[in-house]
Every structure is written in structure tokens, then in C-alpha cells.
Design a protein around this ligand. Structure first.
Ligand SMILES: Nc1ncnc2c1ncn2[C@@H]1O[C@H](COP(=O)(O)OP(=O)(O)OP(=O)(O)O)[C@@H](O)[C@H]1O
Length: 254
């Protein structure tokens, strides 16, 4: 089946005063894929995402999301996407169930806390406050809130930063499940091992430009075909494997 673009970006530019953070980037995200935006700090990833999410104005260029133009149909785009809130958005006196009810009301949809919390393995935490969750649980809850409006696309900005290896792997499974259920996922991460196992395609962003876009496999094969060799002998396992092996595969923070 041909790849169907669900996001199309053409010549996107963002200036902050005299500084050009995004310098004319063009790319497509295909329907049903996990698409990664990778690159060093300050490369322009978050700025690009926030423009697509309708949270930030562009300076110039064209952004089409699920057939809608960001200039004329931002409200249609908002209905079709799920965006993670900053932690400050979770009213401290409400528990997870109450927060789901609140967000469902804001979106005008009829979602029960039980069904949303079950999706992210937080059923047991229905009465807990957001601030009392572990790092992994906070991320899972925040992903649950992106799904309330049945979005066509969700955007996850560094969702696994600061998580332990088990919580990280658990989040990968959750993200894969969301994709399997038909939602396109756009993610940023600084962990290349994560991008390699999770993303169908990745774009490398540097200095406001896209400097490469392909599947992780193609990027790696191309580098190897140019004669690249790792300096150090790679062992059959790494320290993360040791961590998982010693502490057990089950994550404990459910
Ligand atoms: N509101 C703003 N005003 C001025 N400059 C900004 C603003 N927001 C971001 N920038 C600058 O734009 C550039 C791109 O920032 P952006 O946050 O998009 O990068 P990023 O790739 O997401 O980085 P990180 O990996 O650190 O999250 C940086 O140089 C940043 O300092």
C-alpha cells in the first residue's frame, strides 16, 4: 500500500526576532507510522512540533494536517490531534479519574475514566493525584490524556526522558499499541536506541534544517556501506541488559 501523508510540511520557517530557529524545512509524516524527530538541543524540533500542533505561529511555509491547512483550519486540526500537557496543567487537587472527566468535558466527548486509565495500565491509580505518581506513571497518564478526543495523530515530546529502563520499555509497548490501534505518532527523543527500535522513519534536524530522513535501517545500512566501523568491540549484551536481567523484566510501578 502506498504511503499516505497525514502531515505535509513545505518550506516551514520560524523566526524569533532576528534568529531563525527553523530554516525552511519540508517533510511528510505517513498515516499509521511512528515518526521520530531527532537532533541536538536547540535544533528546532519543539518549535516545529508546536507549529504543527497549532500552539505557535509560523513565520512562513505550508502546514497541512489530515487534509486541513493550519492557516485556515486550525480548529479542525486541534480536533484531530492529541498533545501532551505540561505537568502544570494537571489541577493538583483532582485525582486521575476526576482529571479524565474534566478533560472529556473540555473536549466534549464521553470517555469514562475506567476505559482511559485501563489503556495505560493505571486502573489501580484512579484515586491518586498526578503529583504522587512515579515518572513512568506520569508519562502514561499524560499519554492517556492525549487519547481522550480519539485523535488521528498524537505528538510526544521526549516522553521517556528520565525514566528507568523498564518504564521506558513499557512506554515503547504503549506507543506501539497506540499505533496498532490506528493512531499516527510523532515523537522527539534524544535516545537513539529508542528511535532505532520504535520509529518507522526518523528525520534528523540540525540548526533549523532537516539533514536526513529515512528508516533507521536504511540510515544504518548506508553508514555501514560507506565503510563505517565502531571503534570498540560490541559485546553481546550491554549494561541496560544487565539492569533488566538483575531487576527483572516486570516493571513494578503499576
Ligand atoms: N520563544 C522563543 N524565543 C526565542 N528563541 C527561542 C524561543 N523558543 C525557542 N527558541 C530558540 O530556537 C531554537 C530552537 O529551539 P527548540 O526548542 O525548537 O529546539 P529543540 O530542537 O526542541 O531543542 P531541545 O532538544 O533542547 O528540546 C533554540 O536556539 C532556542 O533557543
Amino acid at each position: 500500500m502506498a504511503n499516505q501523508p497525514i502531515i505535509t510540511i513545505k518550506n516551514l520557517v520560524k523566526n524569533y526576532g532576528d534568529f531563525q530557529a527553523v530554516k525552511g524545512v519540508s517533510f511528510e509524516v505517513y498515516e499509521g507510522e511512528i515518526f521520530g524527530l531527532l537532533g541536538p538541543n536547540g535544533a528546532g524540533k519543539t518549535t516545529t512540533l508546536e507549529i504543527i500542533e497549532t500552539l505557535r505561529d509560523k513565520t512562513s511555509g505550508e502546514v497541512i494536517v489530515d487534509g486541513f491547512n493550519i492557516e485556515t483550519d486550525a480548529s479542525e486540526i486541534k480536533k484531530r490531534i492529541g498533545v501532551q500537557l505540561q505537568a502544570a496543567g494537571y489541577y493538583p487537587n483532582l485525582n486521575l479519574s476526576e482529571l479524565i472527566v474534566l478533560f472529556s468535558g473540555l473536549y466534549g466527548v464521553d470517555k469514562t475514566p475506567a476505559e482511559m486509565l485501563e489503556k495505560v495500565a493505571l486502573t489501580e491509580k484512579a484515586k491518586a493525584k498526578f503529583k504522587d505518581l512515579s515518572g513512568g506513571q506520569k508519562q502514561r497518564f499524560s499519554i492517556a490524556t492525549t487519547l481522550i478526543n480519539n485523535p488521528r495523530i498524537i505528538f510526544l515530546d521526549e516522553p521517556t526522558t528520565g525514566l528507568d529502563p523498564q518504564a521506558r520499555r513499557n512506554l515503547w509497548d504503549l506507543i506501539r499499541e497506540i499505533r496498532e490501534a490506528g493512531t499516527t505518532v510523532v515523537i522527539t527523543t534524544h535516545y537513539m536506541d529508542e528511535a532505532e527500535v520504535l520509529c518507522d522513519r526518523v528525520a534528523f534536524v540540525d540548526g533549523g534544517h532537516i539533514i536526513g530522513i529515512d528508516t533507521p535501517d536504511h540510515f544504518i545500512d548506508e553508514l555501514v556501506s560507506k565503510g563505517f566501523e565502531r571503534k570498540k568491540q560490541v559485546k553481546a549484551a550491554n549494561l541496560e541488559d544487565v539492569f533488566i536481567n538483575l531487576t527483572g523484566k516486570e516493571w513494578r510501578e503499576a
